[in-house]
Design a protein around this ligand. Structure first.
Ligand code: C2E
Ligand code: MG
Ligand code: MG
Length: 450
């Protein structure tokens, strides 16, 4: 090949994947748009990537990610209809375009099919398998833009939405730009929130069925947003996770939980435990155990707290993501007297084989099953099965979201160990938790019902 040809070749190709690069994509799209303008046809611009990029970004070094992009490129090349139009337009994003589709529903179906096929098998990065799914954003010529830049920008906005919502695909609509801007604004406010002391923990008591005693409290984060007031975790924890801010905020939660526990114990309010929720991103950080240990050690050495007392709750999907690393981390935590509960149990896909190997102390039965248990027979069988599974593995069974006396009575009769829920108390500020503790036990109303 002539040197000039080789240079031209390089200028239009992505060296890592061999696909067309952004420059080449722009040129081809321009040609396609000119042709479409003449013939009056529509063109769809599609931007796609793996949905879990935030997690990958934090867990895997940049260098090791190259293999992932190469693999994704070759899978996409195999499954898209016109591989010649496929390009890698940024580090982690691929684009393609197509014309000659009849209906948007048809386009949607194809997009979904491509995502499914390309994401069907786990991606192996350094011999470690990762289950990833793909998201796509679509923008249509001429309705969503008349030039390549606008179309690509709008397809990217739609992709951002698809990724954030966990959707396979999203079509661009004008309100998306406003939503993206809103999200960026939220992100920057969250960045300041920790330093500004805007996070608070509320506590929800856990009650032992047999004695009615408060055995512990779950710490649940809230954000006191100066603009919007008290914001619930489901509205900001996912964003903290995506941006990696959860690492620092999560450590604050743990320090705060230790401090609350110290306060209650110093006030003679009993030997309760406090549980904090820990997300995948935190658990995957290599320094997590070390940082928790440092906090625990600080309290122990100052003689302010007996060893033990703080537990963590982790959802089962998080544990199953990387079972070996998970077991190792949990063992290290157990060694410093941190108890472990599997949260939202029943919503993931635990295999019993794994469950038996996990060094955990308790299983929290997801609220959806507790609700179902008062409505349907199958709900009852599932809860009964989870309780006996927990007991046969030597674990405590804790029911989440108990709202009625009937539910509590039924659970108590099935031998469930503890419960949490609005029946006894919603999550409350630390001072209110102290008053609940001062009373010591709650009236066992569930014993009066059949
Ligand atoms: P989760 O750990 O499963 O917490 C239980 C959720 O159920 C809490 O919602 C609690 O307020 C709610 N709940 C408790 N009893 C009842 C009831 O009887 N009825 C109903 N309808 N709901 C009840 P919340 O506080 O909104 O927290 C939602 C989720 O956010 C938590 O689910 C947890 O996964 C996450 N989260 C909360 N705080 C933190 C945190 O500090 N760090 C992390 N990583 N995640 C957190
Ligand atoms: Mg929890
Ligand atoms: Mg839960």
């Amino acid at each position: 090949m002539e040197k000039t040809e080789r240079l031209a070749e390089l200028a239009l190709h992505d060296p890592l994947t061999g696909l067309a690069n952004r420059t080449a994509f722009d040129q081809r799209l321009d040609e396609a748009l000119r042709a479409a303008a003449k013939s009056g046809s529509r063109v769809a611009v599609v931007v796609r990537s793996v949905r879990q990029f935030g997690l990958i970004d934090q867990m895997i070094e940049r260098r090791r990610r190259d293999g992932l992009w190469r693999e994704l490129a070759s899978r996409l090349h195999r499954v898209v209809n016109l591989p010649g139009n496929l390009a890698r337009i940024a580090d982690d994003r691929f684009a393609t375009f197509r014309y000659g589709f009849d209906e948007l529903s048809d386009l949607a179906q194809r997009t979904e099919g491509i995502n499914r096929k390309a994401g069907a098998d786990p991606f192996v990065i350094d011999e470690e398998p990762f289950d990833l799914s793909l998201s796509a954003g679509l923008a249509i010529y001429p309705s969503d833009g008349r030039d390549g830049d606008t179309l690509l920008r709008n397809a990217e906005a739609a992709f951002g939405r698809a990724k954030a919502d966990g959707e396979s695909y999203v079509f661009y609509e004008p309100s998306l730009n406003a939503k993206v801007a809103e999200r960026l604004r939220l992100e920057s406010r969250l960045k300041r929130a920790l330093g500004a002391g805007e996070f608070v923990l509320h506590y929800q008591p856990k009650i032992a069925f047999d004695s009615g005693r408060i055995t512990g409290a779950e710490a649940l984060i809230r954000w006191r947003d100066p603009e919007d007031g008290l914001v619930q975790p489901l509205n900001f924890v996912p964003l903290l996770e995506e941006t990696g801010l959860i690492a620092e905020v999560g450590m604050w939660v743990i320090r705060e939980a230790f401090a609350a526990l110290r306060g209650w114990r110093a006030a003679g309010l009993g030997a309760l435990r406090v549980a904090v929720n820990v997300s995948a991103v935190q658990l995957a950080r290599r320094d997590f155990v070390e940082r928790v240990r440092a906090v625990a050690r600080g309290y122990r050495e100052s003689g302010k707290l007996d060893p033990g007392g703080v537990d963590i709750e982790i959802t089962e999907s998080v544990l199953l993501r990387d079972i070996e690393a998970g077991i190792e981390t949990l063992n290290l935590l157990r060694a410093i007297d941190i108890g472990i509960a599997i949260d939202d149990f029943g919503t993931g896909y635990s295999s019993f084989g794994y469950l038996a190997r996990l060094p955990v102390n308790a299983i929290k039965i997801d609220r959806s099953f507790i609700m179902a248990s008062s409505a349907e027979a199958t709900g009852k069988s599932i809860v009964t099965a989870i309780i006996s599974l927990a007991h046969s593995l030597g674990l405590k069974a804790i029911a989440e979201g108990v709202e009625t006396i009937e539910q509590a009575a039924w659970l108590a009769a099935r031998g469930c160990d503890e419960m949490q829920g609005y029946l006894v108390s919603p999550p409350v500020p630390a001072e209110d938790m102290a008053s609940l503790l001062a009373r010591g036990r709650v009236e066992r109303v569930w014993r009066q019902s059949p």
